[in-house]
Design a protein around this ligand. Sequence first.
Ligand code: S3P
Length: 420
Amino acid sequence: MYTFGAGPLRGEVRLPGDKSISHRALMLAALAPGTSTIESSNRGADVLATRDAIIALGADVDERGEVVTVEGGALHDPAAPIDARNSGTTSRLLMGLCGGQGITARFDGDESLRRRPMDRVARPLRAMGVDVQTADGCLPATVRGIRNPPGGEFVLELPSAQVKSAILFANLSAGGTVIVTGDRFSRDHTERMLRHFGRTIAFDGSTVDLEPGALAPRRVRVPGDFSGAAFFITAAAITPGSDCIVRDVGVNPTRIGLLDILLAMGADFELQHEREQDGEPIADVHVRYRPLQAASIDRELVVRAIDEIPIVAVAAAHANGTTRIRDAADLRAKESDRLQAIAQTLRVCGVTVVEQPDGLDITGGGARPPDRILETLDDHRIAMSIAALAAPTGPHAIDNDACIAVSFPGFIARWAEAQA
Ligand code: S3P
């Protein structure tokens, strides 16, 4: 249990390394023959699940603080099942990776991950000849990989970066061009990192075109995690007296849908020192409090803010008018049913929320401290959203703060510093 208090956010904030980029850096470093180094890698439980998995698959990993050195290029079947714990990215991307490297592996995860759909990855893998056995479309699953797939065209059944990445990872040793169509601006970190590791690849938000080739080992500096920054940025935007700068954060256009949403709501922020680092755009984000207006959010905006919908709901609870979120049904298949989880949290705090099959209607105003402990459902992003919800109207107590370490170890200390 932990209680988040009321108070503005001020000063400078530094984030852990981006979780999505850290997973991909570890996996490509494990495949590339030679020595790669990854700086500012995320140290959350999800990325540690990927680290342990690539070790089990035969990579040599040495960690000195936030610098990880990986000796890659000689992967083999793991001796035991891969435990992806709470991490969808670990399980789905590695199922793809093993599928295209002739590796046989069993995958499992915690109670939450065992409830999440894996058929979205199993189907395209089976289409290329990989044998995938699941438990009714879920984990535990067994993958019997093939070697040197032919390549070809794949159509995404939903705009998911995890599915797209699983397909690309399964085809890294393909003899022909690999084309993935049907995307709608899901995060493109895999594409950018494949280019960084020496592959020829073209991508435009709807289609990816990967040429046959080999990976070369690289140095990767991981940007600050925008999805961690999102809680500080939003709390500052809704809490009078706030003025804070989030430093060195990844601002990849496929990740910053939240900034477009906050802009439409009238928030006061600017990007400073925009630059590129190892193929990813980064910047400092300076944000101050200003009253917000309701907005309408759907389609691409949801995909580009897929992990930020709970914090968007918190912003909406403090905006003037009714915010409508649609096309967000996939939020029900995340670490928790995030539409239901944030709707319930806001209602307990006095906010009017109508749940739709694929979204929420949230009417701003009326937020107050709850009269009971709020349930996180062991979901890190729900826990951190409650921290932001408490900033203008706390105190808010949560039942579990340990789950935050899935993506953001040290969050509570950094939050307290920003509120000091
Ligand atoms: C991720 C992609 C998103 C996101 C998840 C991380 C990734 O999932 O929600 O937290 O690293 O590729 P989907 O691709 O399933 O939408």
